[in-house]
Design a protein around this ligand. Structure first.
Ligand code: SF4
Length: 357
């Protein structure tokens, strides 16, 4: 199977659930999780329609037409009004062999741009490398703009509309998380340049204006997303460490029989939470397992956090009934009080607790 490259979207999702070793190793090994989910019998509900892809590509080509004239005009208008308007921008050729070659070419172009102050430079589909749990991940932002003062801005081009200057907050949030990953990768490049250029923490989000396909843009502050992602990536367990704990010969090829594949996947601990449903292709598989085990995480992280050491629904019910658990444990005490109130409200003397339907 060809390895599936980790993109910024996948990285942002990985960083959102740093406790999941299963996702970390599958992503680290470049396993196609959508194919894996299908082979496990729990196909993912992910994927972009062909129509949306074609529309997105056509919009991006329009935004970058004429050497990026419109894109740079938007960057000047939204982020850098104090500088000279872009007249003739440099658009270096970034073609090279393989991801390593393209990463090196991008770094060279960024260094050259940093050494040519006063000019606007547009890097179209640069390639950046970011160390993720000990393995390099290659990332390809839509564009990076180098401003006349030498600072760098990440550009995200999306095909969802900006209506009256505002867009769907969930979509903007996802774009900001993705852009934050690019900002982190750019900062690693900047740290190797002397003097280090400033990587701007306000990125340029370019979208169609209202219901047209005319580009418009908004500056999005990604400081918060950048800080969260950096912290979460630092918490990821190193891939080698996870691999070392696997049984000899573990293989995740979707060609394997479902039973064997299920054993391989179950050999790696997961950390399912309802948020996985919008972020990971294996969500339906992991949700079924989590429910079958009665794990309280399937009810959400806040519930899990409230319940302290009680990790299964069975433990929780037993604690509420007074059959198990330390009465001095605040979670156990709260459960017993809730059970008593429930019994009172239902007008039953019994402290019988039944699971919710
Ligand atoms: S769906 Fe499963 S593998 Fe994916 S992040 Fe959630 S727990 Fe991990």
């Amino acid at each position: 199977m060809p390895a599936k490259a980790l993109d910024a979207r996948a990285l942002a999702a990985l960083a959102a659930n740093p406790g999941c070793r299963r996702r970390a190793i599958l992503d680290g090994a470049g396993v196609n999780k959508a194919a894996l989910a299908g082979a496990l019998g729990s196909p993912s509900a992910f994927g972009q329609s062909q129509f949306a892809l074609v529309r997105g590509n056509a919009f991006e080509a329009k935004v970058k037409a004429d050497g990026g004239t419109e894109l740079l005009r938007l960057a000047h208008e939204k982020l850098d009004r104090g500088s000279e308007p872009p007249a003739e921008a440099r658009v270096p050729d970034l073609t090279a062999q393989g991801p390593q070659g393209r990463t090196a070419r991008t770094e060279l172009a960024l260094r050259e741009a940093a050494g040519a102050p006063g000019a606007w430079t547009l890097l179209d589909h640069p390639m950046l490398a970011l160390d993720v749990a000990g393995s390099p991940a290659f990332l390809e932002p839509d564009a990076v703009v180098v401003h006349p003062d030498g600072s760098w801005t990440v550009v995200e081009i999306k095909s969802f509309p900006l209506l009256d200057g505002a867009a769907d907050p969930a979509k903007v949030g996802a774009a900001a998380r993705q852009a934050a990953v690019y900002v982190l990768a750019l900062e690693q490049v900047a740290a190797r340049v002397e003097p280090a250029p400033r990587v701007r923490h306000r990125i340029l989000l370019v979208c169609p204006k209202d219901f047209s396909n005319l580009p418009t843009a908004s500056a999005v502050d990604v400081r918060k997303q950048r800080a969260v992602t950096a912290r979460q990536l630092a918490r990821l367990t190193r891939i080698e460490e996870i691999a070392d704990a696997l049984p000899e010969g573990t293989c995740f090829s979707p060609d394997l029989p479902a039973e064997q594949l299920t054993r391989a996947v179950e050999a790696v601990p997961a950390a399912y939470a309802p948020e996985c449903l919008s972020a990971c292709e294996l969500a339906f598989h992991c949700r079924d397992r989590s429910r079958a085990e009665g794990a309280v995480t399937s009810l959400g992280r806040p519930v899990r956090a409230e319940l302290g050491g009680l990790t299964t629904v069975e433990d929780v019910l037993a604690a509420a009934r007074g059959e198990a658990g330390d009465p001095d444990d605040p979670a156990v005490a709260a459960l017993r009080r809730a059970a008593a109130l429930r019994a009172e409200a239902l007008g039953t003397a019994s402290r019988e607790v039944a699971p919710c339907p």
